[in-house]
Design a protein. Sequence first.
Length: 53
Amino acid sequence: MIDRHFKNLESNSGTTSAMLQIIWRGFGIMVDDLAAAFFTLLAVALIQKIIPL
């Protein structure tokens, strides 16, 4: 969802240079990956609270 948001913003800006588009696309991918990692850690922490080992 986050990556899609960055791609939609990229297609709306027709005046940006190719280098800025590459950087913006890379930033969107990184933010998407960081959000996925955060939610994975949150799920693991919740599972550990529910089922203590």
